[in-house]
Design a protein. Structure first.
Length: 367
C-alpha cells in the first residue's frame, strides 16, 4: 500500500511540474467548447440566390421578396438573362439560380403554368441540397399564400408541430456531447499513453520495474490522476456549455458523472495498453491518432450510426465512444435515466474491465 501511495504521489508531482499538461487541461476544453459548436454545424445559411425573372409580375416579385426575407437565403442578383445568372453561378458568387418562366402568373390563373427551374451549384452537396429545399419551401409557401391566403391560414391552424427533446432544432445542442467526448479522448486517453512512453524514454520506468510493485498498483497509479482530471474536465465543460449556450441537462447530473467515470476508465486503460506495446513517442502518437480518428468518425459522434453502411454499423459495436455519446445525448436532451440506459453502462463497464486488465497484464512484458 505504501508503495502504491508513493507511486501516486510521483504521478501527481510529475503532472504538477509538467509545463504542458496543466495548460492543456484548461485550454483544450475551453477552446473546443467555446469555438467548435460555433464552427461545426450542419445548419446551412447564407445561400446566395440569383433570380432570372422572365415573368416580371406581382407573383415573381413576391417570390423574390420571400427569398430575400429568409434567414437562410440571400438574394444577391436579379436579371432577365439566364446566361448572366449562369456566369455568376460558375464564378461562385451565387449558389442557386431560380428561373421564373414568362407568363407564369397568367398561366397560374387559367392552367398549369410552366415549372419554375432551380439550378444549384452542387460542388458543396450539402449546401446545394439544403439550399434547394429552402427554395422549394419558400416558393411553395408563397404560391399557397397567393392562391388562397384565407384557406392557407385555416389549414395551418389544423396542423400542430412539436419538436421533442430539442425544441429549437439547435444543431449545437446535438453536437455538444460529442465534443465533450473528444476532449475526454484527448486528455484522458492520449496523455496517459504519452506519460508511460516518456518514462520509458528517460529510463524512470526501469527503476520502477526493479521494485516489488505489482502490475495492478502501477496501472492504478497511472489511471487515478487522469480520472480526477476527467472529472475536472467534465465540470469545466458543463459550466462553459451552461454559460455560453444555455444548455442544461434534462436528466440527472449524477448519471452523467457515472457515465463519464466509466468512459474515462475505459479510454485511459485502452491508452495504457497501447503504450505498453510502444517504445517511442512517435509510435504511440501514430497509433493513438489512428484510433482517435476511428473513434471520432465511426462512433456516431459526427455521423448518425443509422446513416452508416451496414458493415460500419457492425464495427461500431466494439467502439466505446458509441455507448458514451448515447448516454450524454440521452441525458442532456431527453432526460433519460440510468435504468433506461443500463445497456450502455453495461457495455462501458465491460470495456473498462477488459482494457484495464490488458493494461495490467501487458505492463511487465515491456519492462
Amino acid at each position: 500500500m505504501r508503495q502504491f501511495i508513493v507511486l501516486l504521489q510521483k504521478e501527481f508531482t510529475q503532472i504538477r511540474r509538467d509545463t504542458f499538461l496543466p495548460k492543456m487541461m484548461i485550454v483544450l476544453p475551453v477552446a473546443i467548447m467555446l469555438f467548435a459548436p460555433l464552427l461545426v454545424t450542419m445548419d446551412v445559411r447564407n445561400v446566395n440566390v440569383a433570380v432570372v425573372d422572365l415573368d416580371r409580375s406581382t407573383t415573381s416579385r413576391r417570390i423574390m421578396s420571400h427569398i430575400n426575407a429568409s434567414e437562410y437565403l440571400s438574394l444577391v442578383s436579379t436579371t432577365s438573362e439566364f446566361d448572366a445568372a449562369m456566369q455568376v453561378l460558375e464564378e461562385g458568387e451565387v449558389d442557386i439560380i431560380v428561373q421564373i418562366p414568362d407568363h407564369f402568373e397568367r398561366d397560374m390563373a387559367v392552367a398549369t403554368p410552366e415549372r419554375i427551374s432551380i439550378i444549384a451549384n452542387a460542388v458543396n452537396a450539402n449546401k446545394g441540397s439544403m439550399g434547394t429545399q429552402y427554395i422549394v419551401q419558400t416558393i411553395a409557401r408563397t404560391l399557397s399564400e397567393l392562391r388562397n391566403e384565407e384557406s392557407s391560414n385555416q389549414l395551418s391552424e389544423l396542423v400542430t408541430v412539436q419538436n421533442r427533446f430539442n425544441p429549437t432544432l439547435n444543431y449545437r445542442h446535438y453536437m455538444i456531447p460529442p465534443l465533450m467526448i473528444i476532449i475526454f479522448i484527448l486528455v484522458c486517453g492520449f496523455l496517459p499513453a504519452l506519460s508511460i512512453v516518456k518514462e520509458k524514454e528517460i529510463g524512470t520506468i526501469e527503476q520502477i520495474n526493479v521494485t516489488p510493485v505489482s502490475r495492478f498498483a502501477f496501472t492504478m497509479s497511472k489511471l487515478i490522476p487522469y480520472w480526477i482530471i476527467g472529472v475536472f474536465v467534465l465540470m469545466l465543460s458543463m459550466i462553459i456549455v451552461l454559460l455560453v449556450y444555455g444548455l442544461v441537462p434534462a436528466g440527472s447530473v449524477g448519471v452523467i458523472f457515472f457515465g463519464t467515470a466509466l468512459f474515462v476508465l475505459t479510454i485511459s486503460g485502452f491508452s495504457l495498453t497501447i503504450a505498453n506495446f510502444s517504445d517511442t513517442m512517435q509510435q504511440t502518437m501514430f497509433v493513438m491518432f489512428f484510433f482517435i480518428m476511428i473513434f471520432i468518425l465511426m462512433s456516431g459522434l459526427l455521423t448518425p450510426i443509422d446513416s452508416m453502411p451496414e458493415w460500419a454499423q457492425k464495427i461500431t459495436i466494439i467502439l466505446p465512444p458509441r455507448y458514451f455519446v448515447d448516454i450524454l445525448r440521452s441525458v442532456y436532451l431527453k432526460g433519460a435515466t440510468l435504468a433506461e440506459l443500463w445497456h450502455n453502462f453495461a457495455a462501458l463497464g465491460i470495456f473498462a474491465v477488459i482494457f484495464n486488465a490488458l493494461a495490467a497484464i501487458t505492463y511487465k512484458k515491456q519492462a
